[in-house]
Design a binder for this molecule. Structure first.
Ligand SMILES: Cc1ncc(C[n+]2csc(CCOP(=O)(O)OP(=O)(O)O)c2C)c(N)n1
Ligand code: SF4
Ligand SMILES: [Mg+2]
Length: 300
């Protein structure tokens, strides 16, 4: 009889597991996010919020556009749709209307949601469409090499503003509020607990809910703006932000020399699109049946 080899004697070790493993599409890993990027923090805060919620996994869908942030849809192990640039909202709207029982949320970037997708955002908010939007605002088009975006602060460097950005960025919470969102919050990736709580609230609430997440992009934003490391950017986010839930719209502007105001700013009740649609359906059926009885034509 031959002696067992050393390798045969080794007791097989159980692979360590992570509490979020089952929420990730393991075949898609490793992910594309750079070391120091904040997207992963926002992504795990989102998973934690989903885990805590009452929604069964098969009743939740994530939709994203295109960008580093939008890659999240491909990594999350639920029904996910990685759509085209700027078109996540119309896609998600279709999904929600086809199956109103679903909880549909978006995870996408400042460029995707507010440049090419900006019009969809304001109209979905106006209609109080039943969607939760998580926007990663890293002040830049990360994926395509650091062009300025509608989130880039005035004066900040980018690959397309080598002398500083001359435009004012959108005040995203103010835009969401003005357009009609039911819940509006802003946190950073350095405020994980508050962020997770805001995402939970946004998930539970009816209608159009919006959470802006200020997130470091050391690779294409930080390096051009004297903060090449993610940890430095996180420290700056902590040092230069102020929590004030009662601040109002104009105080939410992002300026390089002023603290960034954070909080759960807006929480209000408005009839949602899906609710209105049900009522409208009934109204339409009554209208049509009356027309039929009287023998009139549509539009009379
Ligand atoms: C129709 C169309 N236009 C432009 C692009 C190129 N593009 C891909 S991602 C992106 C910007 C992404 O920026 P953002 O949404 O802020 O995401 P980030 O990468 O910063 O997370 C652009 C312009 C594209 N894919 N499709
Ligand atoms: S380029 Fe920026 S946003 Fe994209 S993964 Fe790298 S650090 Fe994150
Ligand atoms: Mg971006």
């Amino acid at each position: 009889m031959t002696e067992p080899s050393v390798s045969e004697n080794v007791v097989p070790q159980k692979q360590p597991t992570h509490p979020m493993d089952s929420w990730l599409r393991q075949d898609r890993l490793p992910h594309i996010w750079c070391p120091g990027c904040g997207i992963g923090i926002a992504f795990s805060a989102t998973i934690a919020a989903i885990k805590e919620s009452d929604f069964p996994r098969e009743k939740i869908s994530i939709v994203s556009g295109i960008g580093c942030s939008s890659r999240a849809a491909g990594y999350l192990n639920i029904d996910s749709f990685h759509t085209t640039h700027g078109r996540a909202i119309p896609f998600a709207t279709g999904l929600k209307l086809a199956n109103p029982d679903l909880k549909v949320f978006l995870f996408a970037g400042d460029g995707d949601l507010f440049s090419i997708g900006g019009n969809h955002f304001i109209h979905a908010a106006r209609r109080n469409m039943d969607l939760t939007i998580i926007c990663i605002n890293n002040y830049i088009y990360g994926m395509t090499g650091g062009q300025f975006s509608p989130g880039t602060p005035m004066g900040a460097m980018s690959s397309t503003s080598p002398y500083g950005n001359q435009d004012t960025p959108f005040n995203l919470p103010h835009l969401a509020e003005a357009a009609g969102a039911a819940f509006v919050a802003r946190w950073t990736t350095a405020h994980v607990r508050q962020l997770k709580k805001a995402i939970s609230t946004a998930f539970q609430k009816r209608g159009f809910t919006f959470v802006e997440v200020i997130s470091p992009c050391p690779t294409v934003y930080g390096r051009r703006n004297k903060q090449p490391f993610g940890i430095q950017m996180m420290k700056t986010l902590l040092e230069t932000s102020q929590i004030n839930h009662n601040a109002r719209g104009h105080e939410w502007d992002i300026l390089l020399d002023k603290p960034v105001v954070l909080g759960n700013f807006i929480d209000r009740e408005r009839e949602t699109f899906v609710e209105r649609q049900k009522a409208f359906q009934e109204h339409m059926e009554t209208y049509l049946s009356e027309k039929e009885i009287k023998g009139g034509t549509y539009g009379d």
